[in-house]
Design a protein around this ligand. Structure first.
Ligand code: PEP
Length: 254
């Protein structure tokens, strides 16, 4: 039985003040939800300290960063290292989000280096993959997902894989209001799990949690998470207001 994992990706929204306000309201209303799902919030880097202060380091809500450097330290202007994140009690890091791939030129090789660096530091990667509409319509869905997984996870051993969460996010569904049908999402998730089984073992593949991302909301989260291979969500727009994110989590775990 895989425990659902629901993560808020705030992207470039919410400075420290808004982060604190959100988390004070949100954590006060969570109740028993943290027993039913792992809940993760990914604010921008500058708001991580405020998030830690609002939640405290042992809170049931985990904090994620939205990116990390593949370097240790040194002359890399504007970058943030795994060790800096560890110092802030960050537990997860989103790696390979489609916006990082398309707007900032992150390749599978860069993403692979970031995943490795994060695992070395005991940060849990939320490893994002997903196809564009053109790739899907051109019949390339499986080839794209297979190469993102194979190259993005190259050199990662089975025992390290236990620290990884995979997020399947069809690019055409991110921030567009167009959600994949439950069949499209389930088929893609089952395929992702089969690729992990091919690369590692079925036993490992059965344990890996695969989140769906792409216009997930309270009114579609329940049916998506009811699918056998959908183990959670990576949520952008619907995570920006405490009540909307709470409604989504409630719908997802019911
Ligand atoms: C995301 O940012 O990963 C995402 C899925 O965004 P949205 O929920 O807004 O589509």
């Amino acid at each position: 039985m895989r425990k659902p994992i629901i993560a808020a990706n705030w992207k470039m929204n919410k400075g420290p003040r808004d982060t604190e306000d959100f988390l004070n309201t949100f954590s006060g209303k969570l109740g028993k939800l943290t027993a039913e799902a792992d809940i993760v919030v990914a604010p921008p880097f500058v708001s991580l300290t405020a998030a830690v202060a609002a939640l405290s380091s042992n809170s049931a809500v985990a904090i994620a960063a939205q990116n990390v450097s593949e370097q240790d330290n040194g002359a890399f202007t504007g970058e943030i290292s795994t060790m800096m994140l560890k110092e802030l009690y960050v537990r997860y890091v989103i790696i390979g989000h489609s916006e990082r791939r398309t707007l900032y030129g992150e390749t599978n090789a860069i993403i692979n280096a970031k995943v490795k660096k994060s695992l070395e530091a005991q940060l849990k990667p939320i490893f994002c993959i997903g196809e564009t509409l053109e790739e899907r319509e051109g019949g390339k869905l499986e080839a794209v997902l297979r190469s993102q997984i194979t190259e993005g996870l190259a050199g990662i051993e089975e025992k390290e894989m236990k620290g990884i969460v995979v997020a399947y996010e069809p690019v055409w569904a991110i921030g567009t209001g167009v959600v994949a049908t439950v069949e499209q999402a389930q088929d893609a998730h089952a395929f992702v799990r089969s690729v992990i089984a091919d690369l590692y073992t079925q036993e490992l593949a059965d344990k890996i949690r695969i989140q769906y991302g792409g216009s997930m909301k309270a009114d579609n989260a329940g049916e998506l998470l009811a699918q056998p291979d959908i183990d959670g969500g990576l949520v952008g727009g619907a995570s920006l207001e405490p009540q909307s994110f709470l409604d989504l989590i409630n719908a997802a775990v019911k």
